[in-house]
Write a protein that binds this ligand. Structure first.
Ligand SMILES: [Zn+2]
Length: 199
């Protein structure tokens, strides 16, 4: 950019690559980081470094984890007979914040999206089928987002699981079609979970 050079321009450029951050916001953030104490600014870079070095996917459910298993899979108090299937770790967080579900999760890391070239083999569907095949589950709750692609993904998975002796349910449609779990409030999510229906 013309007005700033070197380090400042570099920071503005990096911030500007973040989703939802336009040029003006990137500049505002950069100048904010120059104004705050060095300690505060470096705490941000340290948090970014840690998240990239220490956070990985849980080997069981593909949630974010800081060791082989995530905090939920390693919690002995969780109900290990139920799996709630979500698209992304942030959907899992929304469901956890609602505080209704005490079982385990499975994070697909996306949804089937033919138009974007995302097929079932790019998601964590195989490990999910393997979990259901080898585990002692009584219920699999499909909690993909209520969008065309989320519904399609849910249907695809429930077909794959139809031969196993598990009940397959999905969240009640308390969440307006098209809205995503990430933006739904706690009450809506809690209602959708308690009112879940057989798929
Ligand atoms: Zn896990």
């Amino acid at each position: 950019m013309a007005d700033h050079s070197g380090a400042v321009a570099d920071l503005v450029e990096q911030l500007g690559r973040l989703p939802g951050i336009g040029r003006k916001s990137a500049e505002r953030l950069a100048f904010h980081l120059l104004r705050v104490s060095e300690q505060e600014a470096l705490a941000l870079s340290e948090a970014i470094r840690r998240v990239r070095q220490d956070v990985r996917y849980c080997q069981a459910c593909f949630n974010l984890a800081e060791s082989d298993l995530c905090a939920i899979c390693s919690d002995p108090k969780r109900d290990t007979t139920r799996i709630c299937v979500v698209e992304q770790p942030r959907d899992l967080m929304s469901l956890e914040q609602a505080g209704v579900f005490r079982g385990l999760y499975h994070v697909l890391l996306g949804r089937i999206a033919p138009l974007e070239g995302i097929g079932p083999d790019q998601l964590t569907i195989d490990p999910l089928v393997e979990r259901v095949r080898t585990g002692n589950f009584v219920e699999i709750i499909m909690a993909t987002n209520p969008t065309v692609e989320g519904d399609g993904t849910s249907l695809y998975i429930s077909n794959l699981l139809s031969d196993f002796p598990v009940q397959i349910t999905r969240l009640a449609r308390g969440i307006t079609a098209g809205s995503v779990l990430e933006y739904a409030n706690r009450e809506m999510i809690a209602d959708a979970l308690t009112g879940r229906q057989k798929l």
